[in-house]
Design a protein around this ligand. Structure first.
Ligand code: SAM
Length: 421
């Protein structure tokens, strides 16, 4: 049961000037990333050395990296293959000397092309719809060369490391607008003067990430990490499953369906297509709340809010309902694999739709309560660092925007040993 008096604001969790890009956290940006310090603080308080952490919506793997630094084994799940690749690269030990040899060989080739030859060798160009709409002819040639080169790297861990730098490069050299997560092209008048240095950008990312990796390798403990495509909404359970169950969940689920909140799929699409990852155009549909549902959520802390939305917009109420039904199904799967003394920590935002506030924090407490968990605390923090869209359209009407949330809730629930076997 949700206990209002357990909700409090704590400014020490705002983490105003935190360095969010240390270790492998520097590898790749992504919308609505969790701040590593949140996972770190939670692990310090509730983590169990040599125990197991689960992040069922792991994104780029912030919790997994922190678990490795703390000394817990971890499993992360996400429906987006691009972030599974990033999370894997960030948390997998890579042999630095193999990496350095590969990178210096590549740099030699790039130097030859840039300063000796002038002609870039032909490389196969992937079959991507509207490729010329998003990239200049020059960028396509350079990216195709890098892609071909990376494809031939034998060591899988090194290849993944390079794909991650390539992915950010794809985004940066494309005609997508800066600071947008959705796929919007920059204004026509800017296209002609936009001449990104593809090789330069890629090399800088490789070197930045290499430095982050070196500090991660110094500090990480000898633990197992695994990233899986299990979709807990569909009842799929994460693997491997520790014998006694997972000891802790540290996660930040999506705020709502991708269509009206954060479009993870659109953000990832171009890079995923260049790399050749599956479902590049389907992620937003596969994500929580991505499928239409006729069902309306009943008997939940969210239900009164949904009823209010329904009063003004039936369709919107069904969309909101679909998201929470999915979130509930996912919690149902997760609860099955947790240890009898597990702690769950959900970082959630209470967004507004049609000016109605949706108490996601209460929904999470209520959903876990059904599996024997009790509400321990809900910490409210301001969001100074998290990259969120400046504006969204909560009413789902083009042109009607409102500022998005600037605070979030860290919901903590625990299962006392005696209530659940
Ligand atoms: C807020 S982001 C997580 C960010 C992550 N904490 C990080 O620091 O990068 C939410 C993630 O949930 C994923 N997601 C959406 N629906 C999902 C589902 N049904 N199963 C697993 N992951 C899902 C999205 O792809 C997205 O990566």
């Amino acid at each position: 049961m949700y206990i209002e008096s357990l909700k409090y604001r704590d400014e020490t969790w705002d983490l105003q000037n935190a360095d969010t890009k240390a270790y492998t956290h520097c590898f790749h940006t992504y919308p609505a990333m969790m701040i590593p310090q949140i996972a770190r603080k939670l692990l310090k308080e509730y983590g169990i050395k040599d125990g197991w952490l689960l992040d069922p919506y792991c994104g780029t793997g912030t919790s997994l990296v922190e678990a490795s630094l703390f000394g817990m084994h971890s499993v992360g799940c996400d429906i987006n293959p691009l972030v599974r690749l990033i999370a894997t690269a960030k948390s997998t030990p890579i042999c630095l000397s193999t990496l350095d040899k590969t990178v210096s060989k590549l740099n030699e080739h790039l130097f030859q092309i840039e300063f000796r030859d002038s002609k870039i060798p032909d490389a196969p160009i992937p079959n991507i719809l509207n490729l010329e709409y998003w990239f200049s002819e020059e960028s396509i040639k350079y990216l195709a060369y890098l892609r071909d080169w990376i494809n031939k790297v034998e060591d899988e861990t090194v290849r993944n490391f390079m794909w991650v730098a390539f992915s950010e490069t794809v985004r940066e050299v494309s005609y997508t607008r800066n600071g947008e997560f959705k796929l919007y092209r920059m204004p026509a008048e800017k296209l002609g003067s936009f001449k990104p240095d593809v090789f330069g950008i890629f090399s800088k990312k490789l070197s930045r990430n290499r430095n982050g990796l070196a500090t991660f390798l110094e500090k990480q403990k000898n633990v197992e990490v695994s990233v899986s495509d299990a979709n807990t909404v569909q009842g799929e359970l994460p693997l491997p499953r520790p014998l006694g169950g997972y000891d802790i969940v540290i996660t930040s689920p999506p705020y709502g369906d991708s269509h009206t909140t954060v479009a993870y799929g659109q953000y990832s699409r171009l890079a995923a297509e260049w790399i050749g990852l599956p479902n590049a155009r389907k992620i937003d549909k596969l994500a929580m709340g991505g499928q239409h549902s006729k069902e309306i959520l009943r008997d939940s802390p969210i239900s009164p809010a949904i009823d209010k939305i329904r009063f003004v917009d039936e369709k919107r109420a069904r969309e909101v309902s679909a998201f929470y039904i999915d979130l509930g199904r996912s919690i149902n799967s997760i609860a099955q694999v947790l240890s009898p003394r597990a702690t769950v920590c959900y970082v959630v935002g209470n967004r507004r739709v049609k000016e109605v506030m949706l108490p996601t924090d209460e929904f999470v407490v209520d959903a876990f309560h059904q599996y024997g968990f009790t509400h321990k605390a809900t910490i409210v923090r301001n969001i100074p660092n998290k990259r969120m869209p400046k504006k969204n359209s909560p009413s789902n009407i083009a042109g009607e925007t409102a500022t998005t949330m600037h605070e979030e809730n860290i919901v903590i629930c625990q299962r006392p040993t005696h209530t659940w076997q």
